[in-house]
Ligand binder design. Structure first.
Ligand SMILES: Cc1cc2nc3c(=O)[nH]c(=O)nc-3n(C[C@H](O)[C@H](O)[C@H](O)COP(=O)(O)O)c2cc1C
Length: 164
């Protein structure tokens, strides 16, 4: 199942592994310190829940890719959707994943606003383009020690959305 662009997260019918990509915007009454507090919660809770993923922040927008057991991802997405620290949440991709890919850890990092702009302009009806764009952003973000297993990977040159 894949969400239509701009549509809220749809609770999946089967308890397969799922992955989700969404974009959201820091709430106007909040500042960038939200990123730190979200990371502190997510790092522990996602590990406890068997959820892997990446959270990228450009100072204004969040881009998160999450993967894990469908019902846990659904429950986390309910909490995230209701979280007043961000707004304008748009689910760009919601799709089943092979169980083998649905393992790994959770990482977060900053990305450049221009790269985020380019990602936000991608065709949301094209999952391959979204995953490729995500891989490029991940490659440019300062994720240590490494992106989680199962995360989309870019082949170099990866930084920025356009080949130079
Ligand atoms: C942009 C953003 C991303 C978030 N990502 C996660 C996440 O990956 N894991 C997590 O447990 N909470 C995440 N949160 C926090 C949740 O929205 C929520 O505060 C947290 O899960 C606690 O939920 P609860 O109060 O219902 O227990 C995120 C919040 C924001 C604003």
């Amino acid at each position: 199942m894949r969400a239509r662009p701009g549509v809220a997260y749809a609770v999946p019918m089967k308890s397969d592994a799922q992955h989700v990509i969404y974009l959201s915007r820091l709430a106007p009454d909040r500042d960038w310190t939200v990123f730190g507090s979200v990371c502190a919660t997510a790092r522990t809770r996602n590990a406890d829940e068997g959820i892997a993923g990446v959270l990228l922040f450009d100072g204004e927008r969040f881009l998160q890719w999450l993967q894990g057991p469908a019902e846990r991802v659904a429950s986390l997405m309910r909490a995230i959707t209701a979280d007043a620290r961000h707004t304008d949440l748009r689910v760009l991709l919601q799709a089943p994943r092979p169980a083998a890919a649905a393992a790994g850890s959770w990482r977060a990092g900053f990305v450049d606003a221009e790269a985020m702009d380019a990602f936000a302009a991608l065709d949301t009806a094209d999952p391959e383009a979204l995953l490729d764009g995500l891989a490029r952003l991940i490659a440019c973000a300062d994720l240590e020690p490494a992106p989680p297993s199962g995360a989309p990977r870019a082949t170099p040159p990866a930084c920025g959305m356009k080949e130079s």
